[in-house]
Design a protein around this ligand. Structure first.
Ligand code: SF4
Length: 323
């Protein structure tokens, strides 16, 4: 059984809302509200949900690119929350992030060699010749060529730019990659190429992924387990196959009903969600999904359902599954 590489407990990220005449705090946005999960070494955990559900904030909080409000993050046995700025910077050698928009995350004035070399320079690794050699190797590993090193980001397609983003994340040989919507900006045909590349790299280098996406079909392709987020909380977490064959939470069922089935004969009941996602500044009482849930009861409006194991490690937060 693989070890837990990442353990997250009760993670919260709250943003104060200021206003009024004196500009004081008048409320709080609970972007991430009591999120707990683990990721095993070599595993891919998918995190899905609609935009604004807190999945990207969760991913960035793990690397403390956003400072969490509270919670525990243990990475490879180290308490991440206790690290100084300098120690955190060193820790990020092992925890890297790939962003959604590769173009925005690559400096347009630097050529690819400079972009890929930079993490090595920042961490004081290798001589100039060694760094250049590593850049050449890495370009080949991600399916580009060594001659691409002298080119600039605007000279590449979206898919190629994401390969460069992945190469940059791999330069320091990390253990964990937080992939924040890495294929959402790409054409569907290119998406599967990049996903296949990520899977190949995972096998080759024993990588662990936290894979964030709003699209369940993308997450299914790559994840061992999947967590579904709604309004800052994980509402369901189980293996990828369980989630797709036996979803429990009404929100997961609604999300899945919108995903085209690979089997054209499969009849899946379409669940249309009413209304928009409520504001995280004013989350509904009780179960935060109750304003859109087709199974809502009086209890749902007042009592927050616990996130509990409904059997075999299939976790769900819904009053329909009380033991
Ligand atoms: Fe729906 Fe109630 Fe379950 Fe929330 S607790 S998902 S409102 S049935």
């Amino acid at each position: 059984m693989a070890e837990d590489l990442l353990i997250v407990k009760n993670l919260k990220k709250y943003y104060p809302i200021t206003g009024g005449v004196l500009g004081g705090e008048v409320g709080v946005v609970k972007a991430v509200d009591d999120v707990s999960f683990t990721v095993k070494s070599g595993e891919t955990l998918g995190l899905v949900g609609e935009s604004g559900c807190g999945k990207s904030t969760t991913g960035r909080s793990l690397l403390r690119l956003i400072e969490p409000t509270s919670g525990e993050i243990t990475f490879d046995g180290t308490n991440v929350m206790s690290l100084s700025t300098d120690a955190m910077r060193k820790m990020r050698r092992d925890m890297q992030i790939v962003f959604q928009d590769p173009f925005a995350s690559l400096n347009p004035r630097h050529n690819i060699e400079k972009i890929l070399e930079e993490p090595l320079i920042v961490h004081g690794l290798g001589s100039s010749a060694e760094r250049k050699k590593r850049v050449q190797e890495m370009l080949e590993i991600v399916g580009l060529s060594s001659y691409h090193a002298s080119r600039y980001p605007h000279q590449f397609s979206g898919g190629q730019r994401q390969r460069i983003g992945i190469a940059r994340a791999l330069m320091l040989k990390p253990k964990l990659i937080v992939a924040d919507e890495p294929v959402s900006a790409l054409d569907v045909s290119i998406q599967s190429q990049v996903l296949n590349l990520m899977q190949d790299l995972q096998r080759e280098f024993g990588l662990t992924y936290l894979f964030i996406a709003h699209d369940l079909s993308v997450v299914r392709h790559i994840s061992d387990r999947v967590g579904v987020m709604y309004l800052g909380r994980i509402v369901e977490l189980t293996t990828s196959s369980q989630l797709y064959s036996n979803p429990l939470h009404p929100y997961t069922k609604a999300l899945l009903s919108a995903v085209p089935s690979p089997d054209p004969d499969a009849v899946r009941e379409r669940v249309i969600l009413q209304g928009d996602v409520p504001s995280p500044a004013k989350p509904p009482s009780g179960c935060t999904f109750h304003t859109r849930c087709p199974h809502v009861t009086e209890e749902c409006r007042t009592v927050r359902p616990e996130f509990m194991d409904a059997g075999d490690g299939h976790f769900v937060a819904c009053h329909l599954y009380k033991s």
